[in-house]
Ligand binder design. Structure first.
Ligand SMILES: [Zn+2]
Length: 227
């Protein structure tokens, strides 16, 4: 009987140094608070944001850390990819969303550089990482601002430039209009003159300056009809 009792007594003593060892090894490796999502460490303080534009109403979403590397990156991916699609809808939201995306990228850096998470007995499963943001279908949301910028650029290019460098088209016996130089035109303004006779051999196109409905002067545009 005594030989049986002996190992039973020894066992707790064996367990003790192991426990002490694991605590010692654990704590100094990351003296950081546990991950809010899974309880593991090491963690970094980071706050990921989301934005939802609802035409008139704006929704600001926020997820505060500390995060372990996996949960941090997962939260970054979820919040960012949702914002890519939901962020643009509204005047204010359109301005806010790029900042939210940039802040998230900056915050991502904090968790991405953490060492791999070290789960212990108290920690749960980390959030699933999922695909990187750029591989998600929500990336199509980036097309919204790009399309708008494209439309604005097209309008800006299409708008006729007036004054020197602008192009003119004759619209009647005594009328003309500014047109974009990419369009069909009858000439290009290469200088301005002070009078009807100031353009020399070049054609002169006149335009009345008006202010509050009253004519305040006349502009004389010298037009090269070969351009
Ligand atoms: Zn975690």
């Amino acid at each position: 009987m005594p030989p049986q009792a002996y190992p039973q007594q020894v066992q707790p003593q064996q367990a003790y140094p192991q426990q002490a060892y694991s605590q010692q090894a654990y704590a100094p490796q990351h003296g950081t608070p546990p991950c809010v999502m899974c309880g593991a460490g090491p963690t970094a303080d980071a706050t990921f944001r989301g934005h939802r534009g609802l035409i008139i109403v704006m929704q600001f979403l926020k997820q505060k850390g500390p995060f372990c590397r996996d949960c941090g990156i997962s939260t970054f991916r979820t919040m960012t990819s949702r914002t890519l699609v939901q962020g643009w809808w509204g005047y204010g939201s359109f301005i806010v969303t790029p900042f939210v995306l940039l802040i998230n990228l900056f915050q991502r850096g904090k968790v991405a550089k953490l060492p791999a998470r070290q789960p212990d007995a108290n920690s749960g499963q980390p959030l699933p990482l999922g695909k990187p943001v750029y591989l998600r279908p929500t990336m199509i949301g980036l097309g919204v601002p790009l399309a708008l910028v494209g439309v604005i650029a097209a309008v800006a290019i299409g708008a006729p430039k007036s004054g020197v460098g602008g192009c003119v088209a004759i619209t009647g016996t005594d009328s003309w209009k500014w047109v974009a130089c990419e369009q069909t035109h009858d000439g290009k303004v290469i200088s301005e003159a002070n009078s009807e006779n100031g353009c020399g051999d070049l054609d002169v196109y006149m335009e009345e300056r008006t202010r509050k409905g009253r004519v305040t002067g006349t502009d004389y545009y010298c037009v090269d009809s070969s351009l």
